[in-house]
Ligand binder design. Structure first.
Ligand code: ATP
Length: 273
């Protein structure tokens, strides 16, 4: 396990409780994420990746029930936080970007108002302070700051997703949970966005829990990868090792079913950055 991890998920077990029987979606899963590290969860649809992502942010709701385990963030169990501490934890400590995040922008509010909502609530910012912070964050994701006066429908899907990422970064979280953050976008835009996130990660030092179906992106973007199969984490290790020397039969099958990868652009740039 990692020395002084930012996040330590320990023996996490989550059931979806049904009238007749329970379904075990996450079965005794443990992994750590170090400060600044990108950890990826891979595995077939339905293996429990999103259930873990929601639980880490304590966004799981009935019928999901945590049967056992701990989710330690900076040593404190997220499952023990009271409402006030939870409000502080979300956004400040952990931010979440979903596949459909670009649709989570409020269609009737200008982008600047969406920044202000968050910054006023969490930091007590005035409109002028929020505008300044919004400009800084939009620049980071290559959106001209003057466009903060626009409404969400005036942007492309890729730009809206970048705006959501900028809003998520506005409070400087130490962990960003990304569940299929670019799946709805075309391949070129996906790559651009991940490249940007990777640059931001290096400059701002946050960690990422990254979930995707796309094993190519997974290998290129992650430092370490965990492979899930029917709720269990069957293998975890450095991305290179999981890709080149998988130990578990299922991991070998996953790669075998995936077209061979050419090059390693995100990692290459990271190494030279
Ligand atoms: N609200 C729910 N009630 C009952 N079962 C659920 C519920 N949500 C998810 N499940 C089941 O829990 C299992 C894990 O789902 P989860 O969404 O975590 O998987 P996943 O690996 O993220 O899949 P995908 O890659 O398709 O998003 C699945 O079998 C799913 O059908």
């Amino acid at each position: 396990m990692t020395a002084n991890p930012l996040l330590s998920v320990q023996n996490l077990t989550i059931d979806y409780v049904g009238a007749q029987s329970d379904f075990r979606a996450v079965d005794d899963v443990s992994f750590d994420i170090a400060p600044g590290e990108v950890f990826g969860l891979a595995g077939e649809s339905g293996c429990g990746k999103s259930t873990i992502a929601y639980a880490v942010n304590r966004l799981h709701k009935p019928p999901a029930l945590i049967r056992q385990g701990r989710i330690l963030f900076e040593g404190q169990d997220v499952l023990d936080l009271d409402d006030r501490a939870l409000r502080e934890f979300r956004w400040h400590k952990v931010a979440m970007v979903f596949q459909s995040a670009m649709n989570s922008l409020n269609p009737v509010l200008r982008v600047e108002a969406q920044f202000h909502d968050l910054l006023k609530r969490h930091r007590g910012y005035t409109k002028a302070q929020s505008r300044e912070r919004a400009a800084e964050m939009l620049r980071l994701v290559d959106i001209p700051p003057e466009r903060m006066r626009d409404y969400p429908h005036q942007f492309s899907g890729g730009m809206r997703q970048r705006i959501v990422i900028a809003i998520c970064m506005a409070l400087d979280p130490s962990l960003v949970v990304m569940d299929e953050p670019t799946t709805a976008l075309d391949v070129v835009v996906q790559r651009e966005i991940l490249q940007r996130i990777d640059e931001l990660r290096r400059s701002r030092g946050f960690s990422v829990l990254f979930i995707t179906h796309d094993l190519g992106l997974m290998v290129q973007f992650c430092d370490r990868i965990g492979i899930m199969l029917r709720g269990k984490l069957v293998e975890q290790g450095p991305a290179e090792q999981i890709y080149h020397r998988p130990q578990h039969d299922y991991t070998q099958q996953l790669w075998a079913s995936f077209p061979s990868l050419h090059g390693d652009p995100i990692k290459r740039e990271r190494a030279s950055g």
